[in-house]
Design a protein around this ligand. Structure first.
Ligand SMILES: [Zn+2]
Length: 307
């Protein structure tokens, strides 16, 4: 059976997986890296590729790579990446292809995650889907009629940088003000729950912890999750106004805050669109978890280089 290699480059971790033709994960490995240095990236990615290929029969047909940032997907170049600030115009497909010796495809990590949820996850069977990844930042991939929509310049799906408050002075990582991302990021959720002094002591507090607190009756945690859900719902209303997708999938670490988050987002979506619930996109949690990006990268390679 044909196999495909996927590599997912995050700011702190690199993941690799081999998948079968049907998207099933045959082998998976993950390793931390310091971020920023392309030569370290290549060395870690090659080692991980060797590990996962060694755990499966035969050699993969092709390799897909997902990376945060602006990716010129046809050229295989990572133009800029927020997690890898020293990177400019890194010819990733060429550099990795020299070492891994497989046909390579490179795409934005949110696109890769979206493709996985669309092919084998929560959006399977839909004709149009927007898959949002909510973590340190907010990204999305858009699938229309079975294909990723990347936009003319590769910026499509940058939903975190939709302006939602023209009068806001809150700076966003992109350099603008009034963006959605600072209102819905993991850091925003934690700062809604903890005071400044507490934040210093509780660096490891996760969205899942806050969701658990909310479910256990902690009113501060519940209010924080609901406020964040409301802000997310504003974004969903904007997405719906533009694309009217069949389904919107919410994944990433912040989504682990759980049901109150999606309930609040759905309520806000209904409130801001003068449509009844049946005429709105379904809003559902992602099903593939943190492996979505690496699986999606391999699936993109499958569909690009299928024999
Ligand atoms: Zn922004």
């Amino acid at each position: 059976m044909a196999h495909y290699l996927g590599i997912d480059i995050g700011g702190t971790n690199i993941k690799a997986a081999v998948i079968a033709e049907d998207g099933g994960v045959q082998a998976f490995a993950e390793r931390r890296w310091s971020g920023g240095d392309p030569s370290e990236l290549v060395s870690v990615a090659v080692k991980l590729a060797d590990v996962v290929i060694g755990q499966t029969d035969g050699v993969p047909i092709a390799c897909g790579v997902g990376c945060a940032g602006i990716v010129a997907h046809k050229q295989g170049i990572v133009r800029r990446s927020p997690n890898l600030p020293t990177w400019r115009d890194v010819r990733l497909a060429e550099i990795l292809g020299r070492k891994i010796a497989l046909p390579m495809i490179v795409d934005n990590d949110a696109n890769a995650a979206a493709y996985a949820e669309y092919m084998v996850g929560a959006a399977r069977g839909a004709t149009s889907a927007v898959v949002i990844t909510l973590g340190t930042g907010m990204g999305a991939g858009i699938v229309l009629g079975g294909s990723l929509y990347r936009g003319k310049h590769g910026f499509a799906g940058e939903v975190g940088h939709m302006t939602v408050d023209m009068s806001s002075l809150t700076p966003c990582a992109c350099g603008a003000t009034g963006c959605l991302e600072p209102l819905v990021s993991a850091g925003s959720l934690v700062s809604r729950v903890l005071s400044g002094a507490e934040r210093d002591e509780a660096e490891s507090l996760t969205a899942r912890d806050i969701g658990t607190r909310a479910a256990g009756g902690d009113t501060v945690a519940l209010a924080a999750v609901e406020e964040l859900g409301q802000a997310l719902g504003v974004g969903l209303a904007n997405i719906t106004a533009l694309l009217d997708p069949e389904i919107i999938v919410i994944g990433g670490g912040v989504a682990e805050a759980g049901r109150p988050l999606l309930d609040a987002a759905r309520d806000e979506l209904v409130r801001r669109t003068s449509r009844c619930r049946e005429d709105l996109p379904r809003v559902v949690p992602a099903t593939l978890g943190p492996a979505a990006g690496v699986v999606g990268a391999a699936l993109l390679a499958r569909d690009e280089f299928k024999r």
